[in-house]
Design a protein around this ligand. Structure first.
Ligand code: SAH
Length: 356
């Protein structure tokens, strides 16, 4: 993809010159808005590959997972399939195909801000309804929500401990299309948990207000309407310090402060916080576990064997894809899986084992 290199950099540079530094969150929001708005970053030719693009097995197993919950809840009426940031729509297409084998064909709702990606999603899932925000999702029945590599793309706020105390990390102009991060001037002690107040100078505390707002709203919905949410992403399971902001371009790490809008800016997802937000609304939380444990428990091994038997010429590719999804050192342990469901819904499959 080739977004208008330099255009966003110029706009942000002018904004900073005119009214002062912007927050890391504001910078990340502007950069990713431009980046995803420009089109399709996925695949071998693009900047990064996500699990559903590696193999159909990923979406199919998630479809089975949703179907299993739905059937054990005695097939409630008016269930909706909801996906946050569906990318190319591949996961949804694979999941819905698997679900349809059990005559489970709920209406599909995509929460997606990129117009360019919406066009592509419609090619894979022609009947999808789009939402700019989670607030407009239907209120008339249970929501079955999937979010794969969604929350890592949302803006994060960073607070940094200086000799003068905690400050928000802000972005200033360096030169050309290059920017730099530095501590802002307002005290931010109030926004750092007590456990981290006395950390070494230079420590960075991250939070994602957008993630919290979305998770809280969806937890509320599930508590009143029924259903469940499945979150898969790279992230951490205990609160911690340190910057996890990174940029990915052409399958390699890049400088997050160079050429905003031309690379994917991501941050690790705080699963501890996601679980707490769900529990605040009295949802029952399963996990977090690892993607390797989750997919193995759902039967990726058997599914790979069945696919290989049906297409012997693709045997090696199928096994390689399975390994990429579940092996330690590949996506198996880096990616975490968390589910939260309404208290009167059954416990989901896939979370049997402890976190590896
Ligand atoms: N789930 C897909 C794509 C992950 S990339 C996959 O696994 O392949 C992140 C996705 O989230 C993209 O579709 C992007 O356009 C979308 N997105 C990013 N920020 C968003 C926001 N604030 N609201 C809705 N969608 C967003």
């Amino acid at each position: 993809m080739s977004p208008d290199t330099g255009q966003l950099a110029l706009r942000l540079a002018k904004q900073i010159e005119g009214s002062g530094p912007i927050s890391v969150a504001e910078y990340m929001r502007a950069s990713n808005g431009e980046y995803y708005g420009a089109g399709d970053p996925f695949g071998v030719e693009g900047d990064f590959i996500t699990a559903p693009e590696i193999s159909q097995m990923f979406g199919e197993l998630i479809g089975m997972w949703l179907t299993d919950l739905y059937l054990r809840q005695n097939s409630p009426a008016n269930c909706h399939y909801v996906e946050l940031g569906p990318g190319r729509g591949t996961l949804a297409a694979d999941a819905l195909r698997a679900m349809s084998k059990f005559e489970f064909a709920p209406p599909v709702h995509f929460v997606e801000t990129s117009e360019a990606l919406r066009v592509q999603q419609l090619q894979n899932v022609p009947l999808a309804t789009f939402h700019e925000r989670v607030e407009s999702l239907p209120t008339d029945g249970p929501l079955l929500i999937v979010a794969n590599e969604f929350f890592d793309a949302l803006p994060i706020r960073q607070l940094i401990l200086t000799h003068a105390g905690w400050r928000e990390r802000v972005v200033v102009r360096d030169r050309g299309t290059k920017f730099a991060a530095m501590p802002g001037s307002y005290p931010m002690e109030g926004s750092v948990p007590a456990a981290f107040q006395n950390s070494p100078v230079g420590s960075i505390f991250e939070s994602s207000p957008d993630t919290a707002a979305i998770m809280y709203e969806l937890s509320n919905r599930i508590a009143t309407q029924g259903g469940a949410i499945l979150v898969i992403d790279y992230g951490y399971t205990q609160p911690g310090l340190g910057s996890t902001l990174q940029a990915v371009k052409a399958h390699d790490y890049a400088d997050p402060f160079l050429d905003p809008g031309t690379c994917d800016l991501t941050a690790h997802v705080n699963f501890f916080e996601l679980a707490n937000l769900a529990r605040m609304r009295n949802l029952v939380v399963a996990g977090p576990t690892t993607q390797g444990i989750f997919l193995s428990a759902l039967g990726i091994g058997q599914r790979a064997l069945a696919l290989a038997e049906a297409s012997p010429d693709r045997r090696e590719d199928i096994f390689t894809a399975r390994d990429r999804l579940i092996k330690t050192g590949e996506m198996g342990t880096l990616f975490k899986v968390l589910a939260a469901h309404a208290p009167d819904w059954p416990a989901p499959e896939g979370f049997g084992g402890p976190l590896a």
